[in-house]
Ligand binder design. Structure first.
Ligand SMILES: [Zn+2]
Length: 412
């Protein structure tokens, strides 16, 4: 019986390269090793993209360092912008278009099966067999599985959104990460506020706790939606930076009294207290109880992004358990406060994150979210610096030069 070949082989000359994380203290260097991948087998619905620019955040560095040996080695990186090099004939963009060579795209951080119960309920980010770009142990059938590479193998079940040519790469590289997370968190708050009689964020006061990339984006998005945003962060420089993203007032979470204390800052923005309906926590959960305390009756608090990692390997996968949260039950039962969270964005939110950022970069400094850009080969040294707290902006990683043959094809 002849074997039935599912999919087709793509040969890469020169080979694709990826930076593989081997764990801390392995191999003497910074735990990275470069691998060359001369070919990829695309299954039905798969595509191969050349990375233009990947965005890598400090929370990802911490998650990487904390990974258990069972989930190594891994090609890190979950967010990037790139260009289709080759696509199976069944590969589709989110809008239904067939993916074709040369298309500039961003893609979701996760691969969903589309068949399990969470997927059928529209909660693809909680897919029971879902896999994560930059989060899976390297295997022969999926070597180019993270964005810290020259190429990424996009698997069927990935949401792919075609992006415009004129939007800077530094704006698009964080879309699948920080920007989609912020879009999802805002969406959850808006839909829950709808249930409590407040139709949207317009006219509301939103508190954003944590002024990292996702917090800054949420500040700008909520401002665009008509909210007045108060930003809470322990570091003054981060707080001050959020003004450029629309923050109208700033608070220090460590101040219990004085002009920087959150209750006082909120009183200055919203004297009646009726409009403080929304809290967004991008701080790993540290500010959640303060947000639950401060929102008005019927308010919503959404915890976004990875739970501050106390990852425990379960069956080879890293399961993020996160910190325990303490909230007063009276706030939930008497204050009718809703507390929820989300780690990944639904496919629709990736599309809306692209739509928002393709326009918003002209009024908000979204390009500045990527603090510095480095070549792929320098990832080891750069990421070690981030782990030491040397900077908290996103690092841009260039996917490298396209091969001559690939470049010729892209120009077609
Ligand atoms: Zn699923």
């Amino acid at each position: 019986m002849r074997p039935v070949l599912d999919g087709h082989d793509v040969c890469l000359d020169p080979p694709a390269t990826a930076q593989v994380w081997l764990g801390t203290g392995v191999g003497g260097g910074h735990g990275f090793s470069e691998i060359a991948v001369p070919g990829v087998r695309l299954a039905r619905g798969d595509a191969l993209v050349a990375v233009e620019l990947a965005a890598f955040g400090p929370d990802e560095v911490l998650a990487l360092v904390g990974r258990g040996a069972a989930s190594l080695p891994v090609v890190p990186g979950g967010s990037a912008v790139g260009r289709v090099v080759e696509a199976d004939e069944h590969a589709r963009a989110h809008d239904g278009r067939r993916l074709r060579t040369g298309m500039r795209v961003v893609w979701s951080g996760t691969v969903a099966c589309g068949r399990c119960v969470p997927c059928h309920r529209g909660l693809a980010s909680a897919c029971v067999s879902g896999e994560r770009y930059g989060g899976e142990r390297t295997r022969r059938s999926w070597q180019l599985s993270g964005t810290i590479a020259s190429h990424v193998h996009l698997r069927r079940g990935t949401t792919v959104v075609v992006v415009a040519e004129d939007v800077p790469a530094a704006v698009l590289a964080p879309v699948a990460g920080a920007i989609a997370t912020a879009a999802e968190v805002l969406h959850r708050a808006s839909s829950l506020l709808g249930l409590s009689g407040v139709p949207s964020l317009a006219g509301q006061v939103a508190v954003v706790s944590g002024a990292g990339a996702a917090g800054l984006v949420a500040t700008a998005m909520a401002t665009d939606a008509g909210a007045r945003v108060v930003v809470v962060d322990p570091e003054e420089a981060r707080r001050e930076r959020s003004r450029a993203f629309g923050a109208v007032a700033l608070a220090d979470p460590r101040a219990s009294t004085g002009s920087h204390a959150l209750p006082r800052v909120l009183a200055s923005v919203d004297r009646s207290g009726r409009h403080r309906t929304v809290g967004f926590a991008f701080d790993g959960g540290t500010g959640v109880s303060a947000l639950v305390d401060q929102v008005a009756v019927g308010g919503v608090v959404v915890l976004g992004g990875a739970a501050s990692a106390t990852g425990t390997p379960a069956g080879g996968r890293t399961v993020s358990r996160g910190r325990d949260l303490v909230v007063a039950s009276g706030r939930l039962v008497e204050g009718l406060v809703t507390l929820t969270g989300t780690q990944d964005a639904a496919p629709e939110r990736l599309a809306s994150a692209v739509a928002w950022s393709s326009d918003a970069w002209q009024r908000w400094p979204l390009e500045s979210l990527v603090g510095r850009t480095i070549p792929l080969a320098e990832v080891g040294g750069a990421l070690t610096g981030v782990g030491a707290g040397a900077g908290d902006g996103l690092i841009g990683v260039l996917g490298g030069q396209l091969g001559v043959g690939q470049e010729a094809r892209l120009r077609r």
